[in-house]
Design a protein around this ligand. Structure first.
Ligand code: 5AD
Ligand code: SF4
Length: 470
């Protein structure tokens, strides 16, 4: 098999969340091992894989428009192999395979098979489908074993950002928020064995990784029953913090609930390696809407969790997600969301317009009543409220020194005007996930540094390098 695919050129395009980026890294490294050569150029590619997202309709439309483009390319290059992986592959399956441009459809749980699927598609000149038939059933043991083996064996260092990596601690989701497609495309919650996660982090540390972000759809639901004890995310963080070479640990995304909350916050308070950053989506500030979303807390419960988090870790930076224009959301419901955002004092918020997803309970039972222009206006208003708060919080940094992990040169060359000769504009982040921009040598990428903040905007801190630090 190896000889057939040796030297084939491969493009992987990735849409969606961190979980998808991690799958893209896994697939990329496994295919490189199998003999493929990665490229960014579709024109010279033999195989194009698209890792897809189904969370909002817009993300799916972008993939479909890409497929339109690839269909056009295939008219002159019929041998080009196009594979769809990820959430859209699982959601649409056979229907996606019918698309003229598509040769392979491979769900998130089937990515260990991707090299074989490509080889078979080429050798047999046939379309290939590999998805989970009954997505909410626990996976057969051999499939989970294959996934675990694949996950542990592949290198997942982030090529774009030196010294950082993402590590999945669990698959799937059991929360069934009524708007959300994830439980239907990523299947039931399965926590990875703690030793597998810890071994993986150790290997990453040996390879020079300094910051690891633990990933799960509701990462604080992590729970693994071993013979001697039940592991929570708090236990996992504490164990990971013992690993030499790992300096910063982050974890996303949290579901607002009591279970293990205090334990996780206490580990954060007690370990300088566990970054004081909590991404904890509220989605709405209206109890009526939260109930309709099947979120299992009230606005008051949520704010009480934030108060407690700030009691335990005073310096904590909190981030959130909101959906505006959920079915039945009235002006009064939206006002409640605005109030919650004002009280929560997030460092940053991600705000989305409700997008009905086929198969979810909200789509089946609730009419998409809020007109697009109202969704848009609420989105803009909530962003402005948050912008004000982010602006106030960022101004607190003026004149202070912050420790950052440098990601690399700014991706906006028009902003990349060196103040002093050859020193480019670098982008870095603090432990609280604030973005910091400053001029410094490109060799600082992947290193810690201290920066004195001289200017702020709501989302970015600007400053001057005071010293590189270990
Ligand atoms: N419409 C809009 N936003 C959604 N999200 C999840 N599902 C939908 C949907 N159907 C948002 C939630 C979640 C984030 C990843 O995406 O805010 O936290
Ligand atoms: Fe979707 Fe809710 Fe699970 Fe998050 S917790 S992935 S919003 S179902």
């Amino acid at each position: 098999m190896q000889s057939e695919i040796c030297n084939l050129k491969l493009v992987i395009k990735s849409f969606g969340c961190q979980m998808n980026k991690l799958d893209t890294a896994l697939v990329g490294s496994s295919l490189t091992k199998a003999g493929f050569a990665l490229t960014d150029n579709v024109k010279e590619a033999d195989v194009v894989l698209i890792n897809t997202c189904s969370v909002r309709e817009h993300a799916e439309q972008r993939v479909l428009s890409h497929l339109g483009h690839l269909k056009h390319i295939k008219e002159s290059r019929p041998d080009l192999i196009v594979g769809i992986i990820g959430c859209m592959a699982q959601r649409l399956g056979e229907k996606l395979l019918e698309h003229e441009a598509v040769n392979i459809v491979c769900g998130p749980a089937q990515i260990p098979q991707i090299a074989n699927l490509i080889t078979e598609a080429i050798e047999q000149n046939e379309k290939k489908l590999a998805i989970t038939e009954r997505i909410r059933k626990p996976a057969p043991q051999h499939d989970s074993d294959a996934l675990e083996e694949f996950e542990s064996a592949c290198r997942i260092e982030d090529k774009a950002i030196p010294a950082q990596a993402f590590v999945r601690v669990m698959h799937g989701c059991n929360k069934f928020c009524s708007y959300c497609i994830v439980p239907y495309v990523r299947g039931p919650e399965v926590s990875r064995p703690p030793h597998a996660v810890i071994d993986q982090i150790r290997k990453l540390a040996d390879a020079g990784i300094k910051q690891v972000t633990l990933l799960g759809q509701a990462v604080n639901s992590y729970e693994y029953k071993a013979a001697d004890k039940t592991w929570s995310l708090a236990d996992l963080l504490a164990k990971a913090a013992d690993i030499e070479g790992i300096d910063w640990l982050k974890f996303v995304t949290n579901y607002p609930c009591e279970k293990y909350f205090n334990n996780i916050l206490r580990v954060m308070a007690g370990s300088p390696k566990v970054c004081p950053y909590l991404h904890i989506p509220a989605q709405s500030g209206s109890d009526k809407t939260l109930h309709a979303m099947n979120r299992r807390y009230t606005a008051a419960d949520y704010l009480a969790l934030l108060d407690r988090a700030r009691d335990i870790v005073p310096a904590i930076a909190v981030a959130g997600d909101f959906i505006v224009g959920f079915p039945g959301e009235t002006d009064a419901d939206f006002r409640a969301t605005v109030e919650l955002v004002k009280k929560a004092r997030y460092r940053n918020c991600f705000i989305f317009k409700y997008s009905p997803r086929p198969g979810t309970t909200a789509d089946k039972r609730l009419e998409d009543t809020v007109p697009p222009e109202v969704k848009q206006a609420r989105n803009v208003e909530l962003l402005a409220v948050q912008q004000e708060i982010s602006g106030e919080l960022s101004r607190d940094f003026l004149g202070k020194e912050v420790k950052v992990l440098v990601e690399g040169p700014s991706k906006k060359p028009h902003l990349n005007a060196p103040e002093n000769g050859a020193s480019p504009q670098l982008v870095a982040r603090t432990a609280g996930d604030w973005i910091v921009v400053f001029n410094g040598p490109a060799s600082l990428a992947g290193q810690f540094a201290t920066v004195k903040i001289t200017k702020t905007s709501p989302l970015t801190l600007f400053g001057q390098l005071t010293s590189p630090v270990k």
